[in-house]
Design a protein around this ligand. Structure first.
Ligand SMILES: CC(C)(COP(=O)(O)OP(=O)(O)OC[C@H]1O[C@@H](n2cnc3c(N)ncnc32)[C@H](O)[C@@H]1OP(=O)(O)O)[C@@H](O)C(=O)NCCC(=O)NCCSC(=O)/C=C/c1ccc(O)cc1
Length: 401
């Protein structure tokens, strides 16, 4: 089924043409797919695995620290491309002071779009329309920076049309999924008939290296991050009996927290992507989310009570969820979908929030979404940046509709 063309009557004013180009209704999430690499490492075995493959067993204090953080992480297991075989083939990856960026980018620029294609294929199958009906592609990743970028390979793996409008978002880190969804909303609402495929994919391979005395955030990152891809199809004015809207996207905004530039950083270096995670990040986020939420709900004129919302919050770390729940006065369990994803997959950076949306959808499908209405998706990353998207449960998740 071809997208609805944007037409206005002959002799129309530019304003009328513009109106005809816009969708009538709000953007909605029409389908979701996720994928992970095959290799799974349990959190119990991670410290042994990591110190062995980076030849670091001579640093037992750091190994104990990693074990302590793993125990408190709220993570049971993670999926990743990094393996014994990979490290045997690339021993230089263990030492971030050795040049290895070329090899990392070479591997990631193939693996990461392929992972994105696996998640996207699932979303397209659920959507029920041909891949050639996708009009826009937004690909978000910080893995494998080169041109042409991974979006080109992704489009060809999926068989998208040659006129698909492609955009790459890079180095947004953990807020990439939130940013991509906001952009998809703008595209869908401003282009009648548009169907936007959002694909986020990350591999820790780009930032995997051995521990170092005095660099504790390396240990924190190694304890939390995993590989995965999440894909979402976004469109407005769903086609009856073909498309099933899951969540309407009522409002989206971005906030930069003042004086926070150095709190989360990522930078490509010769030995891989360097990163820094300040220890006050959970407190900083907890101190700012309520303001972001209040601004978003005020903008749509809705007097929301936090305890009545459903939540799709990026599980950047267990402590981030704990402190945000506390700051908003939420009951333990309000962020169960985020905690479940954290437990099963770890923090997959920008991709994670799509897994959380999928988990929420699964829960609504199981329970009938009785009484559920408004919710908030929030993602955080370098900046420090907070993405807020207000969601509403849509007809596809409501019983008897
Ligand atoms: C699960 C944590 C890590 C620990 O649990 P806890 O309840 O705080 O427990 P503790 O207070 O006992 O802390 C355990 C240990 O972790 C240490 N620690 C606690 N955060 C820190 C800290 N940011 N620095 C360096 N030591 C710390 C802490 O000092 C302590 O060390 P030790 O006393 O030796 O056991 C918890 O703090 C937590 O969830 N933190 C949030 C992590 C966080 O900020 N995430 C968001 C940023 S995400 C991001 O930047 C992404 C970058 C990225 C990078 C690479 C990629 O491949 C992909 C992405």
């Amino acid at each position: 089924m071809a997208p609805v063309p944007a037409t206005a009557a002959a002799g129309s004013s530019t304003r009328e043409i513009r109106r005809a180009q816009r969708a009538d209704g709000p953007a909605a999430v029409l389908a979701i797919g996720t994928a992970n690499p095959e290799k799974c490492v349990t959190q119990d075995e991670y410290a042994d695995f990591y110190f062995r493959i980076t030849n670091s067993d001579h640093l037992p204090e750091l190994k104990d620290k990693l074990s302590r953080i793993c125990n408190k992480s709220g993570i049971e297991k993670r999926f990743m491309y990094v393996s014994d075989e990979l490290m045997e083939a690339h021993p230089e990856f263990a030492d971030r002071h050795l040049p290895s960026l070329d090899a990392r980018v070479e591997i990631a620029s193939k693996n990461v779009p392929e992972l994105a294609a696996a998640a996207s294929a699932k979303a397209i199958a659920e959507w029920g329309r041909p891949a050639t009906d996708i009009t826009h592609l937004i690909f978000s990743t910080y893995s494998g920076v080169k041109a042409p970028s991974g979006d080109r390979l992704l489009a060809s793996l999926l068989g998208l049309r040659p006129t698909v409008s492609r955009t790459v978002l890079s180095l947004h880190g953990c807020y990439g999924g939130g940013r991509a969804l906001q952009l998809a909303k703008e595209l869908a609402e401003n282009n009648r008939g548009a169907r936007v495929l959002v694909a986020c994919a990350e591999s820790t391979l780009i930032a995997f290296y051995g521990p170092e005395v005095g660099c504790n955030d390396i240990i924190v990152g190694q304890a939390l991050f995993g590989d995965g891809s999440g894909a979402v199809i976004v469109g407005a004015d769903p086609v009856d009996a073909v498309e099933r809207p899951l969540f309407e996207m009522a409002f989206a905004s971005q906030t930069t927290i003042p004086d926070s530039e150095g709190a989360i950083t990522m930078q490509y270096m010769k030995g891989g992507m360097d990163y820094h995670i300040a220890s006050g990040v959970p407190e900083m986020l907890a101190g700012n989310v309520e303001r972001c939420l209040a601004h978003a709900f005020d903008s749509v004129g809705v007097a929301a009570k936090w305890k009545d919302l459903f939540w799709a919050v990026h599980p950047g770390g267990r402590r981030i969820l704990d402190l945000i729940e506390e700051a908003l006065g939420l009951e333990n369990g309000a962020m169960a979908a985020s905690r479940q994803v954290l437990s099963e997959f770890g923090n997959m950076s920008g991709t994670t929030v799509i897994f959380v949306l999928n988990e929420l959808r699964r829960r609504f499908e199981a329970d009938g979404a009785e009484g559920a209405d408004w919710g908030a998706l929030m993602a955080f990353g370098p900046g420090v940046t907070v993405e807020t998207v207000l969601l509403r449960v849509a007809s596809g998740l409501k019983p008897n509709q």
